[in-house]
Design a binder for this molecule. Structure first.
Ligand code: SF4
Length: 408
C-alpha cells in the first residue's frame, strides 16, 4: 500500500536573505554550503574545487579571506565561480572590507574574534551600502571572552547572546540583512543553542556541527545535529564540517536534504559557468539546449557547459564531460582533456553523442579515442582568445587595486 510522505514540523517562518541569487529563509528551498580547502590565492585550484563542490550539490561556497593575497584571489574567483562566494573572515576587519571590494556575495564574521564595536559597525555599514548580507557565525570554540566570563563555559544562552550582541551593533547602523549560526562540536549543545535562537529571532539560520571530524563519525555527528533541527522546522541553509575532501561535505549535505524529502533527487548533473567577460557563446542558451537533450536520456553523469576555452576545461576538470566555447567552435573535453573540436552549430549534438558513448564505453576508452589534434587546436584557440581579450578580461586588476588601497 502506498503511503503519503509524512510531514515534519512546520518550517519556521523567517526573513529572507539573498546570497548572490540564492535565497535563504522565507520559504526558499534549504541550501547546501561547503568551504574550499585550497589557498584562496590559488585561483585556478580554488575554482576547480568550487566546480567540484557545485557538482556534488553545493549551492554556495565559502572561501577564507585571511590575507591580502586571498582577497586578491577572490577578485578573480568571484566573476568565474558557478555559485555565489562567501568570504570567511576572522580577526582582521580589513579582510572583510577587502572581500567586499572583491565583490563577494556575502561575508561570514566571527563575533568571537572580531570584537571592536566600531569596526563591526564599519563593516555592517559598508555591507548595507553594497547590499551584501552577513552571516553572524558564532562558534562555541571561539566564544567572546566576556561571555565566557559571564557563563563560565559555552552554553546555549552564551552562544545566543553573542549573536544578539552582534545584531545590536548592526542595528545601530540600520543593517539587518543577516543570517546566523551558533555552531558547536557538541551535538546536544548545538541543538539546544539553535532551538533557543529560533525562539528569539526570525533571521534565517545556517546549521552546522563545527569540527565534526573525519567520516564516518563526522558525518553521523553532523547528521544527528542538522537533521534533528530540520525535522523540527528549524534551519534554512546547512553545512557539513568534515575533516575530509570538501566534496564529501557537499555530497552529504545534498544527500541529507534528499533523504528528508527537502530537495529533489538529481541524476543527470548539468553544471554551467556563470559566463564572465571571457564568454564566447550564450552560455545560458547552450546550457538549456544541452539540458533538454540530455535530460531525455537521463544519464548518470556530470556535464559542464563552459563559456570559454581559456579557462573552461580547467575549471570544470572534475566533470565527466563538458563543452567549452572557442572562436566559433566547441571544444569537447573529458575530465578536463580536450578530445574533439567541433563547429559551434554542432556543440550540443556532439556533446550529447559523446555523453552517450562515455556512459557505454567508460572514460578510459573515450580518452583513448580522442582526436590527436584536438589538444593542439584547443591551445591555438586559447592563445587567440587571450590575444583578443587580454589576460584580464574580467577587470579583476581594478578590484585588486582597490583592495590594496584598503589593506595598506
Ligand atoms: S566564460 Fe570562461 S572564464 Fe568565464 S566563467 Fe565561463 S569558463 Fe570561466
Amino acid at each position: 500500500m502506498a503511503h503519503d510522505t509524512p510531514e515534519f514540523a512546520k518550517r519556521r517562518v523567517t526573513k529572507q536573505v539573498n546570497v548572490g541569487g540564492v535565497l535563504i529563509g522565507g520559504g526558499a528551498p534549504i541550501s547546501v554550503q561547503s568551504m574550499t580547502t585550497t589557498k584562496t590565492a590559488d585561483v585556478e585550484g580554488t575554482l576547480a574545487q568550487i566546480y567540484a563542490l557545485h557538482g556534488a550539490g553545493a549551492d554556495i561556497v565559502r572561501c577564507t579571506c585571511n590575507e591580502l593575497a586571498a582577497a586578491e584571489g577572490l577578485a578573480q574567483i568571484v566573476p568565474r565561480s558557478p555559485v555565489p562566494i562567501i568570504a570567511d573572515v576572522h580577526f582582521h576587519i580589513e579582510m572583510a572590507l577587502a572581500a567586499l571590494e572583491a565583490g563577494v556575495a556575502c561575508l561570514r564574521l566571527n563575533p568571537g574574534n572580531l570584537r571592536k564595536p566600531q569596526e563591526i559597525k564599519l563593516v555592517a555599514q559598508e555591507a548595507r551600502d553594497r547590499k551584501v548580507p552577513i552571516r553572524i557565525g558564532v562558534n562555541a570554540g571561539s566564544l567572546h571572552p566576556d561571555l565566557y566570563k559571564k557563563y563560565g563555559k559555552a552554553t546555549p544562552e552564551a552562544l545566543v547572546e553573542s549573536a544578539k550582541m552582534e545584531l545590536a551593533y548592526f542595528a545601530e547602523v540600520g543593517f539587518d540583512d543577516v543570517k546566523i549560526s551558533v555552531k558547536a562540536s557538541n551535538v546536544p549543545l548545538m541543538i539546544a543553542a539553535y532551538r533557543l535562537l529560533s525562539e528569539e529571532v526570525d533571521y534565517p539560520l545556517h546549521l552546522g556541527v563545527t569540527e565534526a571530524g573525519p567520516p564516518p563519525a563526522g558525518i553521523i555527528k553532523a547528521t544527528a545535529g542538522i537533521a534533528s533541527l530540520l525535522t523540527q522546522g528549524i534551519g534554512d541553509t546547512i553545512r557539513y564540517s568534515l575533516t575530509a575532501d570538501p566534496v564529501e561535505e557537499a555530497r552529504s549535505g545534498r544527500q541529507l536534504l534528499e533523504a528528508l524529502g527537502l530537495r529533489e533527487r538529481k541524476s543527470l548533473d548539468l553544471i554551467a559557468c556563470p559566463s564572465c567577460g571571457r564568454a564566447e557563446v550564450d552560455v545560458i542558451g547552450v546550457a538549456s539546449a544541452a539540458q533538454k537533450a540530455l535530460e531525455a536520456l537521463n544519464l548518470p553523469i556530470q556535464v559542464a557547459v563552459m563559456g570559454c576555452v581559456v579557462n573552461g576545461p580547467g575549471e570544470a576538470r572534475e566533470a565527466d564531460i563538458g563543452i567549452a566555447a572557442g572562436k566559433s567552435k566547441g571544444h569537447l573535453f573529458i575530465k578536463g582533456k580536450v578530445v574533439r573540436v567541433v563547429p559551434e552549430s554542432e556543440m550540443v549534438s556532439a556533446l550529447v553523442a559523446e555523453a552517450e558513448r562515455l556512459v557505454e564505453e567508460g572514460v578510459e576508452a573515450r580518452l583513448a579515442a580522442a582526436d590527436q589534434n584536438a589538444e593542439m587546436e584547443a591551445e591555438a584557440d586559447r592563445q587567440a582568445l587571450l590575444g583578443d581579450k587580454g589576460i584580464d578580461a574580467n577587470h579583476a586588476e581594478e578590484k585588486i587595486a582597490a583592495i590594496r588601497r584598503r589593506v595598506t
